[in-house]
Design a binder for this molecule. Structure first.
Ligand code: GLA
Ligand code: ZN
Length: 672
């Protein structure tokens, strides 16, 4: 198994390299990722390449049996390059061009930049193609999107021409007859930038620049999101093609978990494996155990394959301020959680805390003074354990009976029109993932293209943009005995982000055996009481008033003018069932409802009892089954299970129950 760090040799004197490499080896490390921001060192002057320092560090690492992942440096084009081509800087939606001084200062559509990126990737690939110590490539670093420059406008117009063929077709799909927006030619089409009538932008739609701050046509806004995502995929592929000319080594990109500006399912198609950057607790936020678990599951879901963690927090992290210092045991805990959910390589960000630059406060494993202390010791312990157990995780399979579907198109559509200011598609997905986890049900998280047939339960919360193909897929799955869960805000739009003419819930009406009489967006703190089989709660954002056409009622509203009407239903359809949840439910209520749903769907929990903060995953490797349990609470927790297991770390048998210490980990082999 690969275990290592992100290393920045260009930031340290050569005299130190050997010490670093030896300390890495002592901690059980066998891989470093390097070079991803070092363009100004690789090409200090236009056309004059200097890879000798990289050859040297690669040799220093090889001495210690440490392999290398090479990153292309296109996230940080050097100053000379930008001075020569200022047109590369991205433009914001007010038309203001951004400048130098941080990173990601480029527009991925810019043709000159595409050419220059291709060139540097090609030069690197050519230079390093015979280096046996390199094991993989990373393209760029943490792709982002969003630019409103003239190249993007041209690019968008071409993208639309390809998609719609004729301008009449585009007009029809977007409904440009509304407000007299009809276009006569693709060249007239705008980017959704600053526009006159922005005064009525409502709460939930304001989501920063990447959001939908203005009231543009929803069809145009959605297509612009798709175009931006496609543009990055194209940008990435230019480099992939270039690298592939020289080497067959696997190529990856480091994704960002729940980040949703890019369609990661598309981005992943051309990559050999997915990697991602996990920062459980930084200045920018602190993830719960289920948020982290879901991010790992989604990263595994991109290709339906195990992934790498290319950057994992190893100390307090931030730019101006920093987040909590990982407590003793947390780095180990997070590492095993990642491995449990499908990581098969772990690299920590970063080796040593920087002495200068924006990221002086993104602490590494070893401190500013070059000394490894508690965090280094903890990572060395993990390294030692993984020497024994690491291979368990490589090529392991995760076996799940439930799948949660994420759709980037739907994410964008919901952001453009959330209906209610509190609605957030990603939060809703998280709530459903959490309800499964709280019932000890691990899940796959992936896109709509996945084969449903191997699952007992498919969850498609707020799948609002729909097509006939997706409807048929759902029908077939349920007819043959599957359970499908859908929620409010589902099935009512076509793939163009326009309203469907079908009676709501539109594409899901027959399947769910219901019809919506109306719906109610809850504003200004108004709440509606809901009562289910064994729970009661308050809906806070959206209530759909359901009329059953064959479905039976699982929960009803208890207040407001629709008291007594159905809120949650189930419909028998063919051999399967369709659950329809017509409103938002509080976490405990959703967990209670899910308990009922998973039982009826014959989805089996891994543990029979566990507290919040316990994460459990089931895996198979060759013919053996394992469960991996991590305790994210800062106190000991008892878990209960039915089978007997052998505890690989503690080297003893467990029957029926176990007490796990604070931040503890158990890797348990099932005894048949
Ligand atoms: C990201 C980047 C790194 C670094 C870290 C720490 O994950 O990929 O280069 O900036 O965040 O903030
Ligand atoms: Zn641009």
């Amino acid at each position: 198994m690969f275990f290592g760090v992100d290393y920045y040799p260009e930031q340290w004197p050569k005299a130190r390299w050997d010490t670093d490499a030896k300390m890495m080896r002592a901690a059980g490390m066998n891989v470093v990722r390097i070079a991803e921001f070092a363009w100004s060192r690789m090409e200090p002057v236009k056309g004059q390449y200097d890879f000798t320092w990289l050859d040297e560090i690669i040799a220093v690492m090889a001495e210690q049996d440490i392999r290398v992942v090479l990153g292309t440096p296109t996230a940080t084009p050097p100053k000379w390059l930008m001075d020569e081509n200022p047109d590369i800087y991205p433009v914001d939606l007010y038309g203001i061009q951004k400048g130098f001084g941080t990173r990601r200062h480029y527009c991925s559509v810019n043709p000159v930049y595409r050419e220059l990126s291709k060139r540097i990737a090609g030069e690197m690939a050519e230079h390093f193609k015979y280096d046996k110590n390199i094991i993989a490539w990373q393209v760029d670093n943490e792709f982002d999107t969003g630019c409103y420059c003239s190249h993007c406008r041209k690019g968008f117009q071409n993208w639309l021409r390809e998609k719609y063929q004729t301008i009449e077709h585009l007009n029809e799909h977007w409904g440009t007859v509304f407000w007299s927006q009809t276009y006569q030619d693709f060249e007239q089409v705008i980017l959704p930038a600053y526009t006159a009538f922005d005064g009525f932008t409502q709460g939930g739609a304001v989501n920063g620049i990447a959001g939908a701050p203005f009231n543009h046509n929803p069809g145009l806004l959605l297509d612009y999101n798709r175009f931006k995502s496609d543009a990055v995929v194209e940008f990435q592929n230019i480099q992939i093609r270039e690298i592939r000319q020289c080497t067959s080594l696997p190529i990856t990109h480091n994704c960002m978990g729940h980040f949703s500006e890019l369609d990661y399912f598309d981005l992943g198609k051309d990559l050999d494996f997915i990697s991602w950057d996990s920062y459980p607790s930084s200045a920018w936020g602190k993830g719960t155990s289920t948020q982290l678990a879901m991010a790992h599951d989604l990263m595994r879901g991109i290709k339906g394959k195990n992934f790498w963690v290319m950057e994992h927090q190893s100390g307090p992290v931030g730019w101006q301020t920093f987040g909590d210092t990982p407590e003793p045991g947390q780095l180990r805990l997070w590492t095993y959680q990642a491995l449990a959910h499908g990581a098969e390589a772990m690299l920590y960000f970063r080796w040593r805390s920087a002495l200068y630059g924006t990221e002086q406060l993104c602490h590494g494993i070893i401190d500013h003074d070059g000394i490894g202390r508690r965090r280094y010791e903890e990572i060395a312990r993990i390294g030692k354990e993984l020497k024994q157990l690491g291979e368990l995780f490589v090529d392991s399979n995760t076996i799940n009976e439930a799948v949660l579907i994420k759709s980037y198109d739907n994410f964008w559509s919901h952001r453009i029109q959330p209906y209610n200011s509190q609605f957030d598609y990603n939060v809703l997905l998280m709530e459903y993932y959490h309800a499964l986890a709280a019932n000890q049900i691990p899940a796959d998280v992936t896109g709509i293209d996945v084969d449903f047939s191997s699952y007992r339960l498919v969850l498609m919360p707020a799948f609002n943009l729909m097509t006939d193909e997706i409807r048929s897929k759902c029908e077939k799955y349920v007819k043959e005995g599957g359970s499908l869960l859908i929620t409010f805000k589902s099935g009512t739009k076509n793939w163009d982000n326009g309203m469907s003419e079908r009676t709501k819930p539109g594409y899901f009406r027959e399947l769910a055996g219901i019809e919506l009489e109306e719906y109610d967006s809850l504003n200004y703190g108004r709440k509606v009481r809901v009562r289910g089989l064994d729970y009661e709660c308050l809906a806070r954002s959206f209530c759909e008033v359901i009329q059953c056409n064959g479905a039976s009622v699982l929960a009803s509203y208890e207040s407001h003018y629709y008291a007594g009407k159905a809120a949650v239903t189930v419909n028998q359809y063919g051999k399967g069932r369709v659950y329809y949840v017509g409103c938002d439910l509080e976490p405990d209520a959703l967990t209670a409802l899910m308990k009922h749903i998973v039982k009826e769907s014959r989805v089996t929990p891994i543990l029979t009892a566990a507290a919040e903060g316990i994460d459990a995953v089931r895996k198979s490797i060759s013919d053996k089954t394992y469960i991996i349990i991590t305790n994210h609470n800062n106190r000991e927790e008892r878990v209960e299970f039915e089978k007997s297991y052998y505890d690989l770390l503690g080297e003893r048998m467990l029957h029926g129950q176990e007490t796990i210490e604070a931040y503890g980990v158990r890797i348990l082999e099932e005894i048949l």
